[in-house]
Unconditional design. Structure first.
Length: 248
């Protein structure tokens, strides 16, 4: 479902998935002044805040048919002007693998890993024609460290790192002047609704492990994304940027 903005602009277009709350919303607010945003959520009702001059493109990324239609609409409506993609949408269902429901395993695999892969498949074609672009995939500190009761979630995030590094190398096949960059960003424990339910004693344990002695703020991640999208970061490619306060 596409809702077009009435605002016309010559700004570069950037897609942000999972943009209605948490890190996605923080990233949207930071980028709004410099880019024409295409904001994704499952439904239009998911958005509680409006980003002026943006478009909304909705789909349930866990559903294969909706994901396919989402990619088609992205190409049709924004393909020739697309510059950046931030694959931020993600879900976690924290429990022992013994008790993990199959539907929740499928949701994590589909939303956290399959959807970014399919979106990247679409935009790599576009970027090869457009003369370049930037892909930033949102991983997590647990993709490297692992975390009890997050085995599937951690696996999807580790997969994104390997996928991003491989895709950056693959882009080189387009030639010396392909100008396509692919990166991963791995936040640590950030103060969002995803960490709000961590028990107080567990949160205290994590704080004691973080040299910065605080949880990260959504803007800590958003400002990093803003830099990585810019020409100032033109030589940063095929790597994973940790934003974790020095956790490891």
């Amino acid at each position: 479902m596409l809702i077009n903005s009435t605002t016309t602009t010559l700004k570069k277009k950037v897609l942000i998935t999972g943009a209605s709350r948490g890190l996605g919303l923080a990233i949207s607010k930071i980028l709004a002044n410099d880019y024409h945003l295409i904001l994704h959520a499952t439904t239009p009702e998911s958005f509680t805040e409006t980003i002026p001059g943006s478009d909304i493109l909705c789909a349930d990324l866990s559903d294969a048919e909706q994901l396919t239609e989402f990619c088609k609409q992205l190409k049709k409506q924004h393909g020739s002007d697309l510059y950046g993609v931030i694959n931020n949408a993600g879900v976690t269902f924290d429990t022992s693998i013994i008790y993990q429901q199959e539907k929740n395993i499928d949701a994590m695999l589909n939303i956290n890993l399959r959807a970014p892969i399919m979106i990247c498949k679409t935009v790599m074609k576009l970027f090869s024609v457009n003369g370049g672009g930037v892909i930033i995939n949102m991983s997590s500190v647990v993709g490297e460290s692992g975390n009890a009761f997050q085995a599937v979630y951690a696996a999807t995030k580790a997969g994104l790192v390997a996928f991003s590094k491989s895709l950056a190398q693959e882009a080189a096949a387009f030639g010396e002047d392909h100008n396509i960059r692919v990166l991963c960003v791995s936040p640590g424990f950030i103060d969002t609704d995803m960490t709000a339910n961590i028990p107080a004693e567990m949160k205290e344990k994590y704080l004691n492990m973080i040299p910065a002695k605080r949880l990260g703020k959504p803007d800590d991640v958003a400002q990093t994304i803003c830099f990585l999208l810019s020409e100032k970061a033109s030589y940063i490619n095929g790597t994973n940027i940790h934003i974790n306060g020095g956790l490891f």
